[in-house]
Design a protein around this ligand. Structure first.
Ligand SMILES: Cc1cc2nc3c(=O)[nH]c(=O)nc-3n(C[C@H](O)[C@H](O)[C@H](O)COP(=O)(O)O)c2cc1C
Length: 239
């Protein structure tokens, strides 16, 4: 039974194009995968906290040495990571803000990119010190931009810092199957906006009909590694 994680991060409600497009995806995905389940996380209307000094100290303390306060500091992060790990497919609506992602989505990324849970660090391995812990997931990032030409060869391509950032950070934790669907022209409106939304919608419906990866990979929650370095030990669901 495939499981979908649906994330919206626009602070806008009905006027949000990313919300409309992710809703189209979910509706079509459920039709195409009748036995599927969906978790919804709205970080646009319910923003996540930024990481704090306590959070950072807790994340870099071995799980069995964390105080109750440290465990509390990581509770939401654990919840978000668990949500991600049980998903087969992630669809995330992300508005394009100031040439990158909105701070609300960055706060999400800072909560889920975590040592011992979504990546490992081994300073002894100089060639490749970081190991992603997520496997076998597909992610669809649904973006909307006010201007146009941010795609390949466009007049704004060099100003598009969102696509490369998403690819880098999700590849870092192991989400390598990342499709980016973008609508443009929200600020221009008219036919340019309508056509761009239609094109994005067609791509979204195509992706929603595709077969999805098998059940979410729970390996990071159970895998153990022998190491002298505490950072190498995945901390499972503790904390
Ligand atoms: C704070 C803010 C910053 C924005 N920065 C950009 C930008 O750098 N480039 C651009 O093309 N559009 C920019 N826009 C326009 C949004 O990308 C556009 O309205 C998009 O549709 C927002 O997504 P939503 O419709 O899901 O809310 C910005 C909008 C806001 C509110």
């Amino acid at each position: 039974m495939p499981h979908l994680l649906h994330i919206d991060s626009s602070p806008r409600s009905d006027r949000s194009h990313t919300r409309g497009l992710t809703a189209d995806f979910v509706q079509s995905w459920q039709v195409n995968h009748p036995n599927s389940t969906v978790t919804y996380r709205d970080i646009g209307r319910s923003p996540l906290p930024h990481v704090t000094e306590e959070w950072i100290a807790a994340a870099f303390t071995p799980p069995n040495e964390r105080s109750q306060a440290m465990q509390d500091a990581l509770r939401l992060s654990n919840e978000l990571i668990d949500e991600l790990l049980i998903a087969d497919v992630i669809v995330a609506g992300i508005p394009f803000y100031n040439f990158g992602m909105p701070s609300g989505f960055k706060a999400y990324i800072d909560q889920i990119v975590r040592i011992g849970r979504t990546f490992l660090f081994n300073p002894d391995n100089e060639e490749s010190p970081y190991t992603p812990l997520i496997h076998g997931k597909r992610m669809i990032a649904v973006i909307s931009r006010g201007d146009s030409g941010y795609g390949s060869g466009g007049r704004n391509e060099k100003n598009n810092h969102l696509d490369p950032h998403l690819r880098t950070v999700f590849r870092f934790i192991g989400v390598t199957d990342l499709e980016i669907i973008a609508a443009e022209n929200d600020e221009h409106g008219g036919a340019a906006l309508v056509n761009s939304l239609e094109s994005a919608r067609r791509n979204i419906l195509r992706l929603a009909a595709e077969d999805q990866p098998q059940k979410g990979d729970l390996a990071p929650l159970t895998r153990t590694r022998r190491s002298t370095k505490s950072q190498l030990i995945p901390d499972g669901r503790q904390g």
